[in-house]
Design a protein around this ligand. Structure first.
Ligand code: 3EB
Length: 316
């Protein structure tokens, strides 16, 4: 995976492209199953995230799902109109059931079923509704119901972020593989799937990271959470520093090779609530990280209303 500039058509025409992710007001062929547009505005437009597989890549659709595969890796994407299915909870359940079914029935190179490595979830107005009626909490309930029981004992890395486009469409996309990944948890954080009741009736079902069969680390959305509690409410730069400590700790837990390369070698996405804070956040990150690091800043809402920044990424 890498970030690249260019047009969607040119990038999709390169050999072995498994997926192309565009952000904000970007153009791309909506009929190509490998193209996804995420409705979060980047602070610097014009960059795509490119997933390269090995040739040949096959792609197709089944129902609302779109997919592409090189035999070892499977990209999938689904968008569900919440208003057509009765709300965010039903949309999440249907999206997850469809993804699990695809992965169980897709023919990988050895003919066997696949395993989820990574999931991204984007939805409108993630913090709307109070207490257990918050839309993110409803999403968590539906996601847990839709997950195949086979996927419930080893969760994969994930991100869940709110858009502000007013479109009540849940978007889920991700990566699966023929070989299983390894779930990694963060020693500084309680596992999300065992968060206490105060965060909602159904805990979020994700792992802090997945180590892929190829030794890459797929890092979940990581924020200023220590134990289970938000730290530094209201202070974005202090939250950023806490998040960087969480990332260092997670990389340490993922193994010596990953820890030795450090966060400096990663491709990062920063999700930020407040556009005016982008320059200070970028400056802080550039000081902390090697230059040039792959860095994309996207404006969006984090799933707890007291969190102002979250970072996910891929190392290796
Ligand atoms: C946290 O640590 C922050 O529900 O899929 C991060 C990554 C968060 C993924 C998800 C939520 C999710 O709890 C929130």
């Amino acid at each position: 995976m890498s970030y690249a500039e260019g047009t969607a058509d040119d990038l999709l025409a390169e050999p072995g492209i498994l997926a192309l992710i565009g952000f904000g007001q970007v153009q791309g062929d909506p009929d190509d199953p490998r193209f996804v547009r995420v409705g979060l505005e980047p602070t610097e437009p014009g960059r795509f995230e490119v997933w390269r597989g090995s040739r040949p890549v096959r792609c197709g659709r089944s129902g609302a799902l779109r997919w592409s595969s090189d035999g070892n890796y499977l990209f999938y994407a689904i968008e569900i109109d919440e208003t057509a299915v009765g709300g965010i909870e039903a949309a999440a359940e249907q999206a997850y059931a469809a993804v699990c079914q695809l992965i169980a029935t897709h023919r990988f190179a050895d003919g066997g079923p696949g395993h989820i490595l990574r999931l991204w979830n984007y939805m409108d107005a993630i913090n709307e509704g109070s207490g257990d009626d918050e839309r993110y909490r409803h999403f968590c309930c539906g996601r847990a119901r839709g997950l195949d029981p086979a996927a419930r004992n080893g969760y994969s890395a994930a991100t869940a972020i709110g858009r502000r486009d007013g479109k009540r469409v849940l978007q889920v996309y991700g990566l699966a593989a023929r070989e299983e990944g390894v779930a990694i948890e963060n020693p500084r954080q309680i596992s999300a799937w065992s968060y206490p009741r105060q965060y909602g009736p159904v805990a979020p079902t994700f792992a802090r990271a997945t180590r892929t069969p190829a030794g890459q680390l797929l890092v979940s959305g990581t924020a200023s959470v220590v134990g289970h509690q938000t730290q530094h409410a209201g202070d974005t730069l202090a939250q950023l520093e806490e998040t960087l400590r969480n990332l260092d700790s997670l990389l340490g837990a993922a193994g010596p090779h990953i820890a030795a390369r450090g966060i400096k070698a990663a491709l990062l996405k920063v999700y930020l609530r407040e556009p005016a804070e982008a320059p200070a956040v970028e400056q802080h990150l550039r000081r902390h990280l090697a230059d040039p690091v792959g860095l994309l800043i996207l404006l969006g809402d984090i799933c707890r209303s007291d969190l102002r920044i979250e970072i996910d990424g891929i190392q290796g």
